[in-house]
Design a protein around this ligand. Structure first.
Ligand SMILES: Nc1nc2c(c(=O)[nH]1)N[C@H]1C(S)=C(S)[C@@H](COP(=O)(O)O)O[C@H]1N2
Ligand SMILES: [Mo]
Length: 458
């Protein structure tokens, strides 16, 4: 039996698949001369690099922990961090179609009953580098746009009920203090929920993260947390909540949307989290490429998985670049209704090169996407192509002084990149050939192709 929220999540998923999924008639590639997208996986633009440093990703190794430390939790900040906000004077304005408008101080919010729960937060741009065409101005996330912090605050539903929405109220608009320009228009960061979602998603008006006051970058002094939805719904530096008749629309409803083209009038705004598993890359990393070095023998690979408003029922592991899958072991219970499920897989690591991947399946039967060059939606949102971790297994991998020659992998990658750049317009053809080669070749070659396909995924 699905809850009302889960039923809406399934309807949303179906709407997305019908709009931008396979066979939907969506453009599979931008047309020639497209300025909005990169033309290859390795040509990062200056805005991407700048934003990628300001808005850092999580450290994948923290997937070992049940709770992501604040400094390792990803961050996404569209404009500037508003550094003039002060908890002593901050006010949350609740207005619009309500019987009892209010201006609530932090002291008043803290006096209300509170909840304190781990919540998986994930940016909708997660895994964008795995798409053939990235949106060139946005953060080029690997699979690192996630975190599971413990958020403490009062219930959004309690505050909304106290404000007494009128019969005409349909929608709740959340406004952040941060101000900037996007699509040539000055604006605050704003995002809306339907009134029923705002009442039923267990959303939190949060003032603490991992037991301490919010940091400025994460929304001090007050932010919204919407469990089970991609991160754009969780508005930071919250200054107001407006109830409307449902007619409000704003740029972040379009920017974070499944679209077929720029300024798409019939786009589907991004909502629910997709199912996903991630692993702690095992062994030790090469500083620059993040290629892993592991010693032979049993290697316990650990990770976390989440399914948004659905439980994770299965995690699968692949040691051959996601050609074949074997079941991983789920450990105990998830760390809360909105947290994540830990899992492990004992891999018999043999000397050589390998590409490790994992994927999750949720209680509604949803499974992650397969690796694909064709997958594309205009805003490059919500990719669930599996993480790929390139591993070289060598004897004495843990002994300082051991010589490890990763030139073979580097050369393979550089050759692939050079070929791609040289052939320009024939890129798709090259990639098709590489895919064919990867299917036929021994593990080493498929490993190199996988590295090329997933810069930053480790
Ligand atoms: N006011 C405001 N809220 C915001 C944003 C923002 O730029 N401004 N970014 C959103 C996006 S897209 C994401 S993914 C999450 C990131 O939250 P975090 O930085 O705390 O991880 O915040 C959301 N809330
Ligand atoms: Mo995001």
């Amino acid at each position: 039996m699905h809850s009302a929220v889960q039923t809406r999540a399934i309807a949303h998923r179906q709407a997305v698949a019908a709009y931008v999924g396979p066979g939907s008639g969506a453009e599979s590639e931008p047309s020639a001369g497209d300025e909005a997208h990169t033309s290859a996986r390795d040509n990062f633009t200056s805005p991407e690099v700048t934003l990628g440093k300001r808005c850092h990703g999580a450290h994948l190794e923290t997937l070992k922990l049940d709770i992501t430390p604040v400094a390792s939790h990803y961050q996404l900040i569209h404009y500037d961090v508003p550094c003039d906000l002060d908890a002593a004077t901050h006010k949350l304005r609740v207005f619009g179609l309500v019987g009892a408008p209010a201006e609530l101080s932090m002291a008043q919010l803290r006096a209300l009953p509170h909840v304190s729960v781990p919540v998986v937060l994930e940016c909708a741009g997660q895994g964008r580098v795995l798409m053939t065409r990235r949106l060139w101005q946005h953060v080029p996330w690997g699979v690192d746009a996630f975190g599971c912090a413990r958020w403490t605050g009062c219930s959004l539903a309690d505050v909304l009920r106290a404000a007494a929405p009128t019969a005409a109220a349909r929608q709740v608009v959340f406004t952040g203090a941060d101000l900037g320009v996007q699509e040539d228009k000055v604006q605050h960061f704003e995002r809306a929920l339907s009134l029923e979602d705002a009442l039923e998603l267990d959303a939190i008006l949060a003032y603490e993260m991992n037991g301490a006051e919010l940091t400025r970058a994460h929304g001090y002094p007050l932010r919204l947390i919407v469990p089970g939805w991609y991160g754009m719904a969780s508005v930071k530096w919250l200054t107001s909540i407006e109830l409307t008749d449902g007619s409000w629309t704003g740029l972040q409803m379009e920017a974070y949307a499944y679209a077929r083209r720029a300024h798409d009038a019939t786009l589907v705004p991004v909502q629910y989290l997709n199912v996903r598993a991630l692993m702690v890359p095992p062994g030790a990393p090469d500083f620059f490429t993040r290629t892993r070095v592991v010693k032979p023998g049993t290697c316990r690979v650990e990770g976390k998985a989440w399914g948004g408003v659905f439980r994770v029922v299965k995690v699968e592991f692949s040691t051959d670049g996601s050609a074949t899958w074997r079941p991983a072991v789920l450990n105990a219970e998830p760390n809360g209704p909105h947290g994540w499920q830990s899992w492990q897989f004992d891999w018999d690591a043999m000397v050589g090169s390998h590409v490790l991947s994992c994927r999750a399946i949720d209680a509604s039967g949803a499974v992650q996407d397969a690796l694909s060059d064709a997958q594309y939606n205009f805003n490059a949102m919500a990719s669930t192509q599996p993480q790929q971790v390139y591993v070289r297994v060598v004897a004495d991998a843990e002994v300082p002084g051991t010589h490890v020659d990763l030139a073979q992998e580097l050369n393979a990658v550089q050759t692939v990149e050079k070929r791609g750049a040289r052939l320009g317009a024939h890129r798709a053809h090259v990639e098709t050939r590489l895919r064919g080669a990867a299917a036929r070749a021994p593990l080493c070659a498929s490993g190199a192709a996988a590295l090329f396909k997933t810069p930053g995924s480790q």
